[in-house]
Write a protein that binds this ligand. Structure first.
Ligand code: C2E
Ligand code: MG
Ligand code: MG
Length: 589
């Protein structure tokens, strides 16, 4: 209350302030000049947004300004003469006056009380006012209403803790809830189950129908998740297509299975979004407090490890964390790190496996298969490292490297005057999704001056189907240039020949699993017979892969399978050995 007019007349103020809103108080002053100054000051005090009050030495309210009335709801005539204690929450009052009495001033956040007894947050300063003789005669108070600021803070807090899209808690808020749940579980000796849910299929929807549809789908998916949980469980969206459920109060981790199974099953029905029926599936990775970790970070990390396993091996959609998963994750990371350096260190090599006409034994092509020899780990099978490269996206660089190596090799053979056959390169689903795939292939072919007909691309059914719409466009453009296209591992994916008809394919490669026992198992022979008949009806060349024996060869010959590939003729071999094999077999230009 610095600057409070010293000549202020308490009695007169009480009377003058009786009607709220009057701006010119009728105070009595010693002379006319100081009276004017005081009247001006008091008007000024009514302008301020802060509430101002004066209490006498018995803490009786003597004067208040207009903002004080606005903040507290009291009228001046009601509040003047009453005890100042009614303005402050009783919980704060004692400490406040103790501080004023000992230090001469209190300044801090308190809970104020309005006319109706409702609390509101406020910043309050109360200072003892000393008169001319040095005695404390009155107290001045400045009251700053914090309700709006607190509300704004709360809104900001809510906004920053909720996911924009689904309005579910975000990672930050989820972390808080998890910490609380762990605290409660520690006291109750019950279990907390953390279930990380990865939704598979969103990427394809975003790519095919656009992000708006993907967003709507996510909102619907979050509603399904909520519907599966119990009232006191929490579900949060951690990122993109990953959600996390916090399930509390279990005696055994297995008790959570029921909820989790219900959750996975709830994704069986399609989602209706903008006239489309869309499907998502849920993979769930579970970690349990206190069995798998003692703090939120550890539990989240382990649930993350478990969900990546569940996503990779979709046969079991719910995976509980096991220590062995951690070891595997570490090994995968190490392998990813080593693979990133492999090409530059010359550890990669392309081997070639001949494709042979069944009836004549003539080599008509080859499949390029990648080989990685690590200086310490030795030869690592593509069946191990390709899936990791697919997961990390490294497959794009590796795929480029293979394509470049094959084209360079074909060019060398041509420059050496050797006969060249068509070489098939495996293309992963990731590569097929590259928007500039056609340009990339154009560029590599042009750089080596190769006729596009020498290049063949092998794609699995699932890779083609996962990007069906985009695949039709990309594959048509490649086919129009003369690049040959093969569907690999046929029979293991969707196996819908009629669907495959939409794609401009040249060759169909029957999966090894049907060839393995074709000479011993009539069922396999029947399936292969049917595939060959349908493929021929669609004008496709049929290749059988993984042919190891003469018996298998003979059955395939009888079934009129056009070409065979497998150990029976040759394992995949280095480029030089393949050239020698072609020489030996008399393949000439
Ligand atoms: P794939 O494309 O189906 O290749 C055929 C696999 O069968 C090869 O395994 C080949 O070595 C093997 N194989 C060939 N004949 C026989 C046989 O008579 N008996 C048996 N048991 N196996 C036979 P590989 O080289 O281990 O490759 C495994 C998979 O890794 C490939 O399956 C392919 O999907 C992937 N892959 C290999 N190289 C590349 C590559 O450069 N790019 C991409 N994206 N994937 C590749
Ligand atoms: Mg292949
Ligand atoms: Mg294959």
């Amino acid at each position: 209350m610095d600057g409070y007019p010293a000549s202020f007349d308490e009695e007169a103020c009480g009377m003058a302030s009786a009607s709220p809103g009057t701006s010119a108080p009728a105070a009595r002053y010693v002379d006319g000049k100081s009276r004017q100054v005081t009247a001006d000051t008091e008007q000024l005090l009514d302008f301020t947004r802060d509430g101002l009050a004066v209490f006498d030495c018995r803490r009786t309210i003597q004067w208040v300004n207009r903002s004080f009335c606005r903040i507290t709801g009291w009228r001046r005539d009601e509040v003047i003469g009453r005890d100042a204690g009614l303005l402050v929450d009783p919980g704060d009052a004692v400490a406040l006056w103790n501080t004023v009495n000992t230090a001469g001033q209190f300044s801090g956040e308190i809970l104020g009380r309005d006319r109706h007894g409702h609390s509101f947050p406020a910043a309050l300063t109360v200072r003892a006012l000393v008169d001319g003789s040095g005695t404390v005669g009155r107290y001045g108070a400045v009251l700053h209403d914090l309700s709006r600021r607190k509300q704004a803070d709360e809104t900001i807090r809510t906004l920053t803790c909720l996911d924009d899209l689904t309005r579910l808690p975000n990672r930050h808020l989820f972390g808080d809830r998890l910490t609380q749940a762990i605290g409660a579980a520690e006291r109750s000796r019950r279990l907390v189950v953390l279930a990380m849910v990865g939704l598979d299929g969103l990427k394809a929807v975003n790519e095919t129908f656009g992000h708006r549809t993907g967003d709507t789908l996510l909102r619907q998916a979050s509603e399904r998740l909520i519907a599966c949980l119990r009232g006191h469980d929490t579900v949060a969206r951690l990122r993109g297509d990953v959600f996390c459920c916090l399930l509390t109060d279990f005696a055994s981790a297995q008790d959570a299975r029921l909820v989790l199974t219900r959750l996975c099953e709830s994704f069986a029905a399609p989602f209706a979004v903008t006239g489309n029926e869309l499907y998502l599936s849920a993979s769930v990775g579970v970690s349990v407090y206190p069995l798998d970790g003692a703090n939120p970070d550890e539990l989240l990390r382990k649930a993350e490890t478990a969900v990546s396993r569940a996503r990779r091996q979709a046969d079991t959609p719910i995976r509980f964390y096991t220590p062995e998963m951690h070891a595997e994750a570490v090994a995968r990371l190490q392998m990813d790190g080593a693979l990133r350096k492999a090409a530059a260190r010359g550890e990669l090599e392309v081997h070639y496996q001949p494709k042979v006409v069944t009836a004549t034994g003539r080599i008509v092509g080859a499949e390029a298969l990648l080989r990685w020899t690590h200086p310490e780990m030795g030869a690592i099978s593509p069946a191990r490292f390709i899936p990791i490269a697919e997961e990390t996206g490294l497959i794009l660089q590796i795929g480029d490297w293979v394509l470049e190596s094959v084209c360079a090799q074909l060019n060398r053979w041509r420059a050496e005057g050797r006969p060249v056959v068509q070489v098939a390169v495996n293309l992963s689903a990731h590569q097929l999704r590259q928007p500039d795939l056609v340009e990339r292939i154009d560029a590599v072919i042009a750089a080596h001056g190769l006729p596009p007909e020498l290049l063949e691309l092998e794609l699995t059914e699932s890779a083609v189907m996962a990007n069906a719409e985009q695949a039709v466009t990309t594959l048509s453009a490649l086919h129009a240039r003369g690049v040959r296209l093969t569907v690999d591992d046929f029979g293991t994916g969707y196996s819908s020949l009629s669907y495959l008809k939409r794609f401009p394919l040249d060759t169909l490669k029957i999966d090894r699993s049907f060839i393995q026992d074709i000479d011993a198992n009539p069922a396999s022979a029947d399936i292969v017979t049917a595939i060959i008949a349908m493929a021929h009806a669609l004008d496709l060349t049929v290749v059988a892969e993984g042919v190891e024996t003469k018996a298998q060869h003979d059955v395939l010959h009888r079934l009129e399978c056009d070409q065979i590939q497998g150990y029976y003729h040759s394992k995949p071999i280095p480029a030089a050995a393949f050239a020698a094999l072609m020489d030996a077999r008399g393949v000439r230009r």
